[in-house]
Design a protein around this ligand. Structure first.
Ligand code: GLN
Length: 199
């Protein structure tokens, strides 16, 4: 059984844990550097990336987490979690940190106030039928690097992307009962196509 960590500093981590447990994964809440030991993958949930950034630093986990992901640990980031993976973040406070492992430019709260939360049924590469994507003050992906694969698009804007060991979405796949997006992540872990160095 794979052991998948869920970064549990702030945000929607319980919902991710529930989805993963449904898929017969051993879930571990991750708060401190030693919680990263022996993981087969990790999820960075949605929430508030500014707050998570502070807590990543104050808990002392930021450097080791960023290094593990850069070394190939399979990682899924959703909404604020995607922001914490992006190489370029716009409209963030200057001291906001990112693991900087996903070659995208992302703008925080990019959908603006008037439509700050919405749902859309979208086609996702790898899923046979549409997936209901829930957006909550979501970031907008404004640019993707040439090595980043776009898995889903809404109104011409990429909303789910993959790159090497990273899968990321600007929506919240953990907030519906549909666990197929998490399944894509588990497939990524079990395919062993990453540079994950194991336990
Ligand atoms: N607006 C949040 C941020 O910028 C992300 C929102 C979310 O994760 N639902 O951190």
């Amino acid at each position: 059984m794979p052991v998948v960590g869920v970064l549990a500093l702030q945000g929607a981590f319980h919902a991710h844990a529930r989805a993963l447990k449904q898929l017969n994964v051993e879930v571990r809440e991750v708060r401190l550097p030693h919680d990263l030991e022996g993981l087969d993958g990790i999820v960075l949930p949605g929430g508030e990336s500014t707050t998570m950034s502070h807590l990543l630093i104050s808990s002392g986990i930021f450097e080791v987490l960023a290094q593990r992901i850069a070394d190939g640990l399979p990682t899924m980031g959703t909404c604020a979690g995607l922001i914490l993976l992006a190489e370029r973040v716009l409209d963030a406070r200057p001291d906001q940190v990112s693991c900087s492992v996903l070659d995208v430019t992302v703008r925080r709260n990019g959908y603006g106030r008037q439509i700050d939360s919405f749902e859309a049924d979208i086609a996702v590469k790898g899923l046979e039928t549409p997936f209901t994507a829930v957006f909550i003050r979501a970031p907008i992906i404004e640019d993707v690097g040439s090595d980043v694969e776009i898995l889903a698009v809404h109104n011409g804007v990429p909303i789910a992307v993959a790159s090497q060991n990273v899968l990321a979405a600007t929506f919240h796949p953990e907030l519906t009962s549909d666990v197929r997006f998490h399944e894509l992540f588990l497939n990524m872990i079990s395919s062993g196509s990453t540079a994950h160095s194991g336990r």
